[in-house]
Design a protein around this ligand. Structure first.
Ligand SMILES: [Zn+2]
Ligand SMILES: [Zn+2]
Length: 81
């Protein structure tokens, strides 16, 4: 039986699996919610201030658009893979 070559899965620091989150535009840990490569996220996650990610982004002058164009998300995903 031939074994399919699997590319190594990226893991979080905590050892949890990272799964691509389309809404966050980042890879998110299924265990601890860590966003790979991000410090804070529109979904509210923040490395430094849990639950305040969105506020922090607003304070930083980021425009938060709830309707994300899917084309943009696809481009972003392609960049990461
Ligand atoms: Zn997020
Ligand atoms: Zn984790």
């Amino acid at each position: 039986m031939a074994q399919a070559a699997q590319k190594p899965e990226e893991k979080c620091e905590c050892g949890g699996d990272l799964e691509w989150s389309r809404s966050c535009g980042a890879k998110v840990c299924v265990k601890c919610d860590n966003h790979k490569g991000l410090a804070r996220c529109f979904c509210g996650w923040s490395k430094t201030s849990p639950g305040r990610g969105r506020e922090e982004l607003e304070e930083a002058g980021e425009t938060i658009d709830p309707e994300e164009p899917s084309d943009l998300t696809n481009d972003f995903e392609a960049m990461f893979s």
